[in-house]
Design a protein. Sequence first.
Length: 83
Amino acid sequence: MLEQPTVAAGRAPECQVCPICAGLAALRGARPEAVEHLVKAGAELLLAAKALLEDAPAPARRRSRPPRPGDPAGNGLQRIDIG
């Protein structure tokens, strides 16, 4: 049986192009206070996005055509009695 060479975590060829692995490798070499600042800034950014989305008005329901006689729901359908 052939043994595959062991590769340290984050050193595999796939990890060299993976943005997640590249980001984690960059954070490993960063100072702890810089990482803490980045985490806090990211949390503030997410809170700001949440506030913007909560304040956005709901999209208006639009009608594709005016309601027809006999169509109380206004959904473009017409009631036809069959029998």
